[in-house]
Design a protein around this ligand. Structure first.
Ligand code: HPA
Ligand code: MG
Length: 246
C-alpha cells in the first residue's frame, strides 16, 4: 500500500498574477520583441513526421516551423496588435505575394478577437506587391507594384504585413513610401526574421520567428513561384533548388 500523494498545486497562477505578468511583456520586453528564436544549430523536424505534398518529396531538407505553430504564434501576434492599434481604424497593407497567407490568417485572428470584445474596429485590407528575388538571391532593383496612391492611409493606423524580413532594406524603402501619406501610426508585422550578418539588425514591431539565414519555402513563401502550396515552413534542399531553377 502506498499512501496517496498529497495533491500538489500545479503551476496555475490566479488571473491577477497572469495579467500582471502579461502587462510586463510590453514593448520594452526583449522576449516579446524577438519572437520565437530558432537556433542556427537546430536541424529542424524530419519531413517524415509530417504530411506534405508528395510532389515536393526530395526537394526539402526539413520542416523548421510546422503549420500549427505558425497559427498559434499568429494568434498571439493578433492580440499584441489589437492591444496597440485597436483604438482606431486599421488598414492592413499586405505585402504580396509571400505575405498573403500570413496576412489572411492574421486578419482572421484579429477578426475573432474583435468579435469577442466590446471595442470592435473597422479593418481594411490592401495589397501591394514587392519583388526583388530571383532564384534564392535578392536583386538590386526593388519594385513596388500597385501602391501608386496610398492617400487612403492618411490618419489611419497602418499595419504592414510581411512574410519575411532579411536586412530590412526592403522594409525601410516601403516605410519611407508609406510615411509620406501621413498615417496616424505605422507598425510592421513580420512572420519571419532572418538572422543575417548585420551590425544593427532592423526588427519589425511584431516578430513571429527568428530563423537561421537559410532559404525557406512554404506558407506562401516561394522559390521561383514553387512551394507556395506547402503548409509548413521548410528549408529547401540543394536538389530542390536545382529542380526549380530558372
Ligand atoms: N524564402 C522565400 N522568399 C524569400 C526568402 C526566403 O528565404 N527571403 C526573402 N524572400
Ligand atoms: Mg518570392
Amino acid at each position: 500500500y502506498k499512501k496517496p500523494a498529497t495533491p500538489v498545486r500545479l503551476g496555475h497562477r490566479n488571473l491577477s498574477e497572469c495579467v500582471s505578468e502579461n502587462n510586463m511583456a510590453n514593448d520594452a520586453s526583449p522576449k516579446r520583441r524577438d519572437g520565437i528564436v530558432i537556433d542556427d544549430n537546430w536541424s529542424g523536424y524530419s519531413l517524415d513526421l509530417f504530411s506534405y505534398p508528395s510532389h515536393y518529396a526530395g526537394d526539402l531538407d526539413c520542416v523548421i516551423v510546422p503549420h500549427g505553430v505558425i497559427m498559434d504564434r499568429t494568434e498571439r501576434l493578433a492580440r499584441d496588435i489589437m492591444d496597440d492599434l485597436g483604438n482606431k481604424d486599421i488598414v492592413v497593407l499586405c505585402v504580396l505575394k509571400g505575405g498573403y497567407q500570413f496576412s489572411a490568417d492574421l486578419v482572421d485572428k484579429i477578426k475573432v478577437l474583435s468579435c469577442n470584445s466590446n471595442r470592435t474596429i473597422p479593418m481594411r485590407v490592401h495589397f501591394i506587391r514587392l519583388k526583388s528575388y530571383m532564384n534564392d538571391k535578392a536583386t538590386e532593383d526593388l519594385h513596388i507594384v500597385g501602391a501608386e496612391d496610398l492617400s487612403f492611409l492618411t490618419g489611419k493606423n497602418v499595419l504592414i504585413v510581411e512574410a519575411i524580413v532579411g536586412t530590412g532594406k526592403t522594409m525601410k524603402t516601403l516605410l519611407k513610401h508609406v510615411e509620406a501619406f501621413k498615417p496616424n501610426m505605422i507598425k510592421v508585422a513580420g512572420l519571419l526574421v532572418k538572422r543575417v550578418a548585420q551590425n544593427s539588425p532592423w526588427l519589425p514591431d511584431y516578430v513571429g520567428f527568428q530563423i537561421p539565414n537559410r532559404f525557406v519555402v512554404g506558407y506562401a513563401l516561394d522559390y521561383n513561384e514553387y512551394f507556395r502550396d506547402l503548409n509548413h515552413i521548410c528549408i529547401i534542399s540543394e536538389s530542390g533548388k536545382l529542380k526549380y531553377k530558372v
